[in-house]
Write a protein of this length. Structure first.
Length: 161
């Protein structure tokens, strides 16, 4: 666009060919109007797409950070927690069962849960027959114990679920 403007000013000063100057002016006006038209068209298109996207949630494409469901988020949190605990203590080579402490009333009578708080995690390794009480808030292992029998319903019984 700058070249066209330069040509117009150069040709105005020389005025050798007035028809050429008017043709250049017309081209310049055409290019300028075309630029504004496409900018306006682009803005209108963005507004239209935004309105359609906003009004119809079925058209939304989940972003990578939105793909994780609650179960996946919990699994990722648990993996991070287990990596941290592995720096504190040697863990068995198996997948643990992890349960949250939701109430204290049902577990207060058991000595293993004496120091338990709401929000603590009960981590059970069934094959190794070990249990651990972990506090994510303080990042401390509060209690370790051996389990006599590896009962699959043990976390539910211990937590009163």
């Amino acid at each position: 666009m700058q070249k066209i403007e330069d040509e117009i000013y150069q040709n105005k000063n020389s005025i050798k060919n007035p028809k050429k100057v008017s043709t250049i002016k017309k081209k310049f006006i055409f290019y300028k109007l075309s630029f504004y038209f496409f900018c306006l068209l682009f803005i209108l298109m963005v507004i239209f797409v935004y309105q359609v996207y906003k009004s119809n949630p079925n058209l939304r494409i989940p972003l990578p950070f939105q793909k994780a469901s609650n179960e996946e988020k919990i699994k990722i949190e648990n993996e991070k927690m287990m990596k941290y605990i592995a720096t504190l203590i040697q863990l068995p080579d198996e997948e643990p069962v992890i349960a949250d402490i939701l109430t204290k009333e049902t577990i207060e009578s058991q000595p293993f849960f004496e120091n338990a708080e709401i929000g603590d995690k009960l981590i059970i390794f069934y094959n190794s027959k070990k249990a651990m009480l972990y506090s994510p808030e303080t990042k401390l292992i509060k209690e370790l114990a051996n389990i006599k029998e590896a009962d699959p319903d043990l976390p539910r019984e211990m937590l009163g679920i």
